[in-house]
Design a protein around this ligand. Structure first.
Ligand SMILES: Nc1ncnc2c1ncn2[C@@H]1O[C@H](COP(=O)(O)OP(=O)(O)OP(=O)(O)O)[C@@H](O)[C@H]1O
Ligand SMILES: [Mg+2]
Length: 274
């Protein structure tokens, strides 16, 4: 009988819940959502790590303002994550220059994922968020094979063309037995300055119906706000720079739902004060 590839799954010592932030579609805001959720979880008192698993297009160095910083090997021969906003960060961008392309085939990706999971000095974490690249490919598969993923958060924009990709992501996670925690709808609306209007940037599609039928939670809606994008460029997530902004509150509420659905495991939550 062929070996089950998921037999190689082993937990990372000290690391509690591993949560993937994903989407079948590019550019919907996975990295923005992952970064702001990491900050929100840290602000709720949890020990949090954020792994940028987008090997071909890492965005964490820019989003965290650590572009020219490179990680070092500690005495234990493990990579030292960079700490920002009380979150431990790791990205291939901390090893390779931003402008250089990473040209790797599948087996190299599997190896790289293994190193980022196990050869990083994560210490004790309640949550390790993994910002996935778009799509349903080798990196997603290798994460699910290597470590027990407690759940996946799918990110989408409201329109049907994005929903089609969310369906693919949900299908992929169910094939590798990772529970889907729910869907974050990003860029749901835009409120022009000086108004309280909610302008739809994208036509609203059948997302809510689909989620209801499938019994999948909608974790929240995050409005479009140029400040969110500016925060990403400036290296400070809005949840850190302006926690009282509507978008930051939306991220905090989504984080609370994640905590509820995937409670931090006992033994790693010593500092949690929520
Ligand atoms: N709610 C929002 N309001 C305004 N801008 C946003 C919002 N969410 C994301 N953005 C912006 O949209 C762009 C794409 O976001 P992001 O990089 O997070 O997407 P992604 O899904 O991770 O992309 P990729 O598929 O390339 O990894 C970025 O410029 C980001 O700042
Ligand atoms: Mg991204």
């Amino acid at each position: 009988m062929a070996a089950n590839p998921f037999d190689s799954q082993t937990a990372i010592p000290g690391v509690g819940r591993i949560i993937a932030v994903s989407s079948g579609k590019g550019g919907v805001g996975k990295s923005t959502v992952a970064t702001n959720l990491a900050v929100s979880l840290a602000r709720a008192g949890f020990k949090v790590g954020l792994l940028d698993a987008d090997i071909y297009g890492p965005s964490l160095p820019r989003m965290s303002g650590t572009m020219h910083q490179k990680v070092e090997l500690g005495d234990d021969k493990k990579l030292q994550p960079i700490e920002r906003w009380k979150v431990k960060l790791m990205s291939i961008g901390f090893l390779v220059d931003e402008d250089l392309a990473v040209v790797w085939r599948g087996p190299m990706l599997f190896k790289a994922m293994d190193q980022f999971l196990r050869e990083v000095n994560w210490g004790t974490l309640d949550y390790l968020l993994v910002d996935m690249p778009p799509g349903t490919g080798d990196i997603q598969l290798s994460l699910a094979q290597k470590v027990p993923v407690a759940g996946a958060v799918a990110v989408s924009t409201p329109q049907d063309v994005a929903l089609a990709d969310v369906k693919k992501a949900i299908d992929m996670w169910s094939r590798v037995s990772v529970p889907v925690i729910g869907v974050v709808e990003n860029m749901s609306w835009f409120t022009p300055p000086g108004t309280t209007d909610r302008v739809q940037l994208f036509p609203k599609g059948g997302m809510d119906n689909y989620l209801r039928e499938r019994g999948i939670a909608k974790l929240g809606e995050v409005p479009f706000n140029p400040k969110v994008a500016i925060g990403g460029e400036a290296g400070i997530p809005i949840s850190e720079s302006d926690p009282s902004a509507e978008e930051s509150k939306a991220f905090a509420a989504i984080a609370a739902k994640i905590i509820e659905q995937v409670p931090a495991s006992a033994g790693t939550t010593a500092s949690a004060t929520h």
